[in-house]
Design a protein. Structure first.
Lengths: 652, 205, 159
């Protein structure tokens, strides 16, 4: 009975989303104040009922209500409570519900800040968000309701995929979705600006904090996913250019371009139509991602069960939403151009090329991800694309991008140029070389060809980012939140680059069959295999190995890799033992019992791998600092949109 | 002062100027192209798991493997010569092979095309038990316990079946279960198109 | 199926492969295949098994996959290397049986030129577009050097 409540709640949420869209878009169009005021109310109602639906589903999971098909497919009475709740997003229906819920949360955030926007603009933003909510709710009710019942009710459920029974899984999808879905707010702002045909660039200022927040969450989500894959799958890999990974990476790349482009638009009114296009593109890539992983288009360890019906629906949704927005763009953007100028060596110029390179990087990833389908469409045979394509191709635009960052961060606006910064640039580069080259060549040694480049770039970026803040502190000037955020984010990027460089270049992996007491050397570390014994957990039995690691005679750690067999699903899962450290990780995994008391083991040494995730999180932190450190501004006292055709000479 | 100012000279995406208006339509055009790719992908998605075999149209790989029946002649390409044959890769561990078994028995009963079985990643004991329980549709069964012959045939899942013509060339490969419909539409149709099958000489199996 | 291959392309391919291999930093699935006699052969074995797809798994390489088929195919690669085949011959051997789908690295031929050429082509287009924008904007700033900057944004930007 309660379960049906969830179903009705979704229906009501959908109707309220429709109302939100209706009032939000038609209110301003027909200049009806009451309608405009109704939009936030409808949005709140939609949130309440969506939350109710989520609550009902959680209740069904906690209560082991296996008459609900989704619960029966993804949960089990032996499953620990924590995972019974996180199983909510363990498969397609629940994850779409999560999408919708996160969208309603972002909508609530917009409602909370509505008073800082002009009334009509705010209503339009809510209207666009309402269309998105409506579409997803319709999709859920039509094809993927999590509340459908199962008769006869099974005694117990199929349980959650063991790979998902993990604390990181509790956090990764919600954080990732918060990022993905957050770009819908940028999308809505862009649509509202285009609908109004605004010739000013105030919308850029309003849009930026939302964009940065979504970007920061997405960065965290991706970093979490990478970290989780690393310790969950136990192969020492943290990124495999898997299609589903790529699909979350592309919006982030374009989102990075967007937040940089917004800066130029906000400051100088330039690149307005480009920024709008990026805002549309970022969210479109989020939608594309949603489509791809659910429509059976991809071959991936990550993909949901394929269902072409759902694929058609989402494709139709894409056509309407993205096609509609791009049509709006084609109609309105030409009128929103600016006529400001800038010099070849200027901040604008660097940010322009930053954008170009980021978009190229995203395009390369898109090409590789869709390559099998593109080849199919052009009758070029079957194609298969993996890391050997992505890694080198991705570096083509990204290496120049990193170098541009280290130089361009000093550039002044308009005609400012870099002449004042020549010495600084050379000094920071020199320091980068002095620290990076020995680190790569001597300390770690035997680098791969591009490793010294990566090391130098990483350090150069960190140092370049620190120059301006340190200078301002010395001159006793204040540091704005934006500056602090930007500095922290760039430093995070530099750290990230360092991590990737060294872990790619200097990791050591060994596969050995060992008897108890035997020692295998991995670099400087001696891994001694002690033996295995049987253990059991709440819903599995396991074989647990013991490996003692020493270095130059000193005990470093004891590792306990496991091989688990889960009762319900009968699947076997290898759990790697990891000894984490800031400067290196050590891993051991069990393979197979090769007989005669010996087991095959995989032993790894991964230098500086933690920097990859730490760098990512610091980037996100920088974004958060930039947003939350801002001084509160009063309610919008700006003039409402100036209609197309009126006179505006300056871009401001 | 009252003229709306048109945008600055905006560079078109490709060489050649002309109205810069159309560069705003370009995103829509690119999106349309993307949709086509996605649609094609969606249409083909049910086939995503089925990889076309490069062996179709080529001579069947040379192989010679021990007979399941101990003491029997090794199973090799000799069994395929001079008549149409069906080579079926299976295993006693394979659930879908069980489903397919009825169809294979039917094919045996029709008598036109002999079936040569390759028992993949299996033990003779399990295979023999299985055939005893469910019936033996095979004229001969060979053992491939370490999978090397299967790799030679480009096998990556069970069951897989190959239609071989009298000249020893692979004419068609089916990945997955053969149903009576598939047998008619994919296999028999090809045999008929090439002139029909004559019953093979009877052999021990 | 053997296409002649210029040595530069091969070197580039090997370098790219190695970079790609190490970029991913993937370890071997614990491999029961006995190691090869020389370090060089073992290295080639590692490289190849990372570059070949496990046909039964979703998007995993032969090196990473734990299924039986992957183990058998790794054994095949092992034997082929022992027989003295070059990397390309090993790949061709498997491609002739399984199709190009088995390669994670799309072959560098004219059919795939659009894919491999995409980064460079996009870079050229991007640089061209960027250049033209900069030229246009530079002309504007020359025409109106005194146009005031926007003061209403964060103080930071006034540097």
């Amino acid at each position: 009975m309660v379960v049906e409540l969830g179903h009705y709640a979704l229906i009501l949420a959908m109707l309220l989303a429709a109302a939100q869209a209706f009032f939000g878009l038609l209110g301003p169009a027909l200049s009806r104040d009451r309608w405009m005021a109704a939009a936030p109310s409808a949005a709140c109602g939609q949130f309440v009922f969506t939350a109710l639906a989520v609550g009902v589903l959680i209740h069904a999971f906690i209560g082991n209500d296996f008459s609900v098909r989704y619960v029966a497919d993804n949960s089990n009475s032996a499953l620990p409570l924590f995972y019974r709740v996180t199983a909510l997003w363990g498969a397609h229906e629940g994850s779409i519900l999560l999408w919708i819920f996160v969208l309603s949360l972002w909508t609530m955030a917009v409602v909370a800040r509505l008073r800082y926007l002009p009334t009509e603009f705010g209503a339009r933003v809510l209207g666009v968000l309402g269309i998105l909510s409506f579409g997803f709710l319709l999709f859920t009710l039509a094809t993927s309701s999590p509340f459908s019942r199962l008769f006869p009710t099974p005694a117990d459920g199929a349980s959650l995929n063991p790979l998902l029974q993990d604390p990181a899984f509790a956090v990764h999808p919600p954080v990732l979705y918060t990022g993905y879905v957050g770009f819908s707010v940028s999308f809505a702002f862009a649509c509202a600006a285009m609908i109004e045909g605004r010739r000013d660039q105030l919308w850029a200022r309003w849009m930026r904090p939302w964009t940065v927040m979504a970007w920061a969450f997405l960065a965290c989500g991706i970093a979490l996913g990478s970290w989780w894959a690393y310790y969950e799958l136990g192969w020492g890999g943290y990124w495999s250019w898997d299609p589903v990974e790529n699909v979350s990476f592309m919006p982030w790349l374009v989102g990075t371009a967007l937040l940089h482009s917004l800066i130029v638009t906000e400051k100088r009114g330039l690149f307005k139509s480009w920024t709008l296009l990026l805002a549309l593109a970022t969210f479109s890539l989020s939608l594309l991602g949603t489509f791809i992983v659910r429509a059976g288009l991809l071959i991936s360890v990550h993909s949901f069960a394929a269902d072409p019906t759902r694929g058609i629906f989402i494709l139709a949704f894409l056509v309407i939403v993205v096609g509609g927005a791009l049509t709006l763009y084609a109609l309105r953007a030409p009128r929103m151009q600016s006529n400001a100028g800038f010099d070849l060596i200027s901040r604008e110029s660097f940010l322009l090329f930053n954008n170009i390179l980021l978009v190229i990087a995203a395009a390369v990833v898109l090409a590789g991800t869709l390559a099998p389908d593109i080849a199919g469409a052009l009758h070029l045979g079957t194609l298969s694309v993996g890391a050997p394509y992505f890694a080198p191709s991705f570096m083509v635009p990204v290496l120049p991008l990193l170098a541009l960052l280290a130089v361009g961060i000093h550039a002044r606006w308009k005609r400012g140029g870099l002449s004042h910064a020549k010495r600084v640039i050379l000094t920071t580069l020199l320091c980068g070389l002095v620290i990076g080259l020995p680190l790569s060549l001597a300390v770690y040694g035997h680098p791969m060809p591009l490793a010294p480049v990566g090391a130098v770039l990483g350090i150069w970026i960190v140092l370049s980012s620190l120059v301006d803040p340190i200078d301002r502190i010395r001159r006793r000037l204040t540091l704005s939140a934006s500056l602090v955020g930007m500095t922290v984010a760039h430093i995070g990027l530099g750290i990230f680059v360092l991590g990737i460089t060294f872990v790619s270049s200097n990791s050591i992996e060994r596969d050995v069959a060992m008897k108890p007491g035997q020692v295998a050397m991995v670099g400087d570390y001696a891994f001694r295999y002690e033996g295995v014994r049987d253990v059991s957990g709440p819903n599995f039995t396991a074989v647990r190995g013991t490996v003692t690691v020493t270095r130059h005679g000193q005990l470093i750690t004891v590792l306990h890799p496991e091989k688990r067999r889960f009762y319900v699903q009968g699947t076997v899962q290898t759990t790697a033992a990891i000894a984490p450290g800031l400067h290196r990780d050590l891993l051991a995994s069990l393979g197979d019992n090769v007989g005669a008391g010996a087991w095959s083991l995989r032993l790894q040494y991964r230098p500086l791998i933690r920097l990859v995730w730490i760098g990512g999180v610091i980037m996100a932190l920088g974004g958060m600092l930039a947003v939350f450190g801002r001084r509160q501004r009063g309610p919008a006292t700006v003039p409402d949109a100036i209609p197309i055709g009126a006179a505006r000479r300056t871009p401001a | 002062m009252n003229q709306p100012i048109e945008g600055a000279p905006t560079p078109p995406q490709e060489a050649g100027t002309g109205s810069s208006r159309w560069r705003f339509v370009l995103p829509l055009g690119l999106f349309a192209a993307l949709l086509i790719v996605l649609f094609v992908g969606l249409v083909h998605s049910p086939e995503k798991n089925i990889i076309p075999s490069p062996l179709v149209g080529k001579a069947a790989p040379q192989f010679s493997i021990p007979n399941l029946v101990s003491g029997g002649e090794p199973v090799s390409n000799a069994a395929l010569r001079g008549h149409w044959s069906l080579v079926n890769v299976w295993g006693s561990w394979c659930a879908t092979c069980r489903d397919e078994h009825q169809t294979l028995l039917m094919i045996k009963q029709q008598g036109a095309v002999p079936i040569i079985g390759i028992d993949w990643n299996d033990t003779p004991a399990n295979a023999s038990n299985w055939l005893q329980q469910l019936g033996n549709p095979y004229q001969q069964v060979g053992e491939d316990p370490n999978g090397r012959v299967a790799i030679d045939w480009g096998v990556y899942a069970a069951p897989e079946s190959f239609l071989i013509n009298p000249q020893g060339v692979i004419v068609y490969k089916e990945v997955g279960e053969i149903t009576p419909e598939i047998w008619r539409e994919q296999f028999l149709s090809r045999i008929d198109a090439a002139g029909g099958a004559s019953p093979p000489p009877a052999t021990g199996g | 199926m053997h296409s002649p291959r210029p040595s530069q392309l091969r070197a580039l391919a090997s370098a790219a492969l190695l970079i790609g291999l190490l970029w991913v930093g993937r370890a071997l699935a614990v491999d029961a295949t006995p190691p090869l006699p020389t370090a060089q052969l073992q290295q080639r074995y590692l490289a190849l098994t990372h570059e070949l797809r496990c046909m039964q798994c979703q998007d995993e390489s032969l090196a990473d996959s734990e299924v039986d088929l992957a183990g058998q195919m790794r054994g095949e690669v092992h034997d082929l290397l022992l027989r003295g085949m070059t990397d390309q011959q090993v790949k061709d051997y498997l491609v002739s049986r399984y199709g190009e789908f088995i390669l994670f690295k799309p072959p560098m031929n004219w059919r795939n030129a659009w894919l491999w050429g995409a980064p460079v082509l996009l870079m050229l287009i991007g640089l061209l577009v960027g250049w033209r924008i900069v030229v246009g904007r530079r002309r504007l700033v020359d025409e109106d050097p005194d146009e005031p900057l926007d003061d209403t944004v964060d103080e930071h930007w006034q540097s």
